[in-house]
Write a protein that binds this ligand. Sequence first.
Ligand code: GLV
Ligand code: MN
Ligand code: MN
Length: 422
Amino acid sequence: MSADRLKADLVESGTMGRVSPIRVERRGDLDPKNGLTRPAGTQENKKIRDYAVRRMKEAGLEVQIDEIGNIFGRKKGSKTNKGTVMVGSHLDSVINGGMFDGALGVFGALEAVGRINDEGFENERPVEVVAFTGEEGSAFHVSLLGSLVLIGNLELDKALGMKNDEGITLKDALEAIGHRGNFHRSLDNVEYMVELHIEQGPVLDKEKISIGILENITGMTWVTATIEGEENHAGTTPMRMRADALVAAADIIRFVHKRVNEMVSEFDGSAVATVGKLNVFPNGINIVPGRVEMGIDIRDVVEKNMRNLTQEIIETFKSIEDKYYGVRTNVEISFIHSPTPLSEEVARIIEESTEKAGVTAKRMNSGAGHDAQNMAKKVKTGMIFVPSVDGISHAPTEWTNWNDIENGVKVLTQTLKKLSKT
Ligand code: GLV
Ligand code: MN
Ligand code: MN
């Protein structure tokens, strides 16, 4: 049974990158302390990449890896003049993440192509399963990296030269795991892109709806900053003579939380902002903190609001320099992904596919970033969401029920069939 084939892929890939390699088949098997960590270019990332390549080859696809490590598995079409339909997602993960984010979109795409093959369905357009490099940004500090290079919005050399926290470049990391290819994938002959993904929020689960059909994907900016104070003795340095980098950082954290809440109530807005990363140096109980590194994630579907909030946060860094004597800040914008509308044509085809499959569906936006938002800038792109139990994601307890996954793959398969003959 093909539903079993996809379940086997997700359970198997769900062992890759776990602290202790348990197999999770039921929600009750999840361990909140034992998530998946497989950032781009790591040995754990290699495991799932090698597995995906093997499964693509077993499905009869022609596999190629491009210069930034994106993996493509191609099934030829019967009409050589028609542009390709791409379908897929990513295989890297956040730190201590869950087993469906990204993996569902890649193995679900493989399953949909498997079903097309099993049926003997003749696709006119080529169908290409894709696994993008470094979607999460958890290693190289820029998210949606592989698709950003693919669409030409980030130079290949610049991306390959980016360093992870160990100072290793993406180029070296990809070479070390055998996933830096030499294929150059142009998008000239690509017509459509579809991504199946878990919702990662509570809406479908709460409303008991099987499928989300996406209209827009949120904009997203990361601000990274270093606050330099003066490392000194916690006992002998008088309160008025210290430059405490962590106290200054606390002002920023407060400001971010307070200001974004104000904005949301002011315009009934959709902005969110999170200080999710904080490294304190030297991190000793009896030492005045000398340096703090921070990472701030800022998102909104309204670009102007996202940019204004980012600007206000950057200005707040300047104000703490005046407030805390001796503190210096260095603030950078790592990237700005604009909010992106998806293709109405593809959304309508997904909608028809849900009707054909007899499953409930609703139109919605995504508050998570996806490679589809880059692809949408170049080709007609759509996204299909399936419910996340309790809306949990980017956490070890991320879960989607197998019957919801089956509904998602049914809709994806039908959508691909339609697109491949359009
Ligand atoms: C990517 O998954 C993001 O939304 O952070
Ligand atoms: Mn994610
Ligand atoms: Mn994802």
